[in-house]
Design a protein around this ligand. Structure first.
Ligand SMILES: [Zn+2]
Length: 79
């Protein structure tokens, strides 16, 4: 057995998984410590986003949905 370069092995965040899940859960096959995006054995790439950015987008989406819900309620009350 030869000791080749260790693979990165990183996996997508749960929110980045897409059907089929078997493919979306494949680990990164590039060498450990690589630069740029991760890439699985099928050649599909993904990038890890900063957690602060993911959280900020989630809050923005939640705020939008709450505003939409109250706007719909206001429209219903005006009739
Ligand atoms: Zn990787």
């Amino acid at each position: 057995m030869s000791a080749g370069a260790q693979p990165c092995g990183a996996r997508r965040a749960r929110w980045q998984e897409t059907p089929p899940l078997v493919v979306a859960r494949m680990p990164c096959a590039r060498p450990a410590g690589h630069g740029g995006p991760h890439e699985d054995a099928l050649g599909q790439e993904w990038t890890e986003l900063p957690q602060d950015l993911v959280d900020a987008v989630a809050v923005t989406c939640a705020v939008y949905q709450v505003r939409e819900a109250f706007a719909a309620e206001d429209e219903g009350a005006a009739r």
